[in-house]
Design a protein around this ligand. Sequence first.
Ligand code: THU
Length: 161
Amino acid sequence: MKTTEYKFSFEEYASIEDLNAADGALLKQARAVTDTAYAPYSKFNVGAVALLANGTQVSGTNQENAAYPVGICAERVLLGSAAVLHPGIAIETIAITYHNTTGASGHPISPCGMCRQALVEFEDRTQHPIRLILSGMEGKVLIIQQAGSLLPLSFKGNDLK
Ligand code: THU
């Protein structure tokens, strides 16, 4: 028997002001796109903006449905759009934030389990790590160097072979 240790670390910044210019601009964009979320049921607007390896930006917001499970998270809307609009292009960084219309938005959120799986697949297919910038509309910002680190021992295409 052996024990394998998994180490996880992330950066923490007090606010958007402490980010470098490119990361700050991406987070600012993500905060702006929360307005395009369709979240009449949860009233929890999530915005995500990606910087692609070709320098372009792609955004996604959550799109809910009266049949609740049909709703899609901002991250997966973004990944689908990126794959269609820029086939084969890797994602460098995604900024994710939210606007909770029922309360404060000062603590960072991180992707749900299903989105973590989708992010891992995107990293795998493009052979490129995706950095994550996580925040709310104000306050603390977390930076994770590789989305896949949020889903250790994840199930991948290779496992099907
Ligand atoms: N949601 C996202 O879009 N991304 C996340 O990372 C967490 C949750 C959405 C799903 C649903 O529309 C609403 O937020 C409340 O769960």
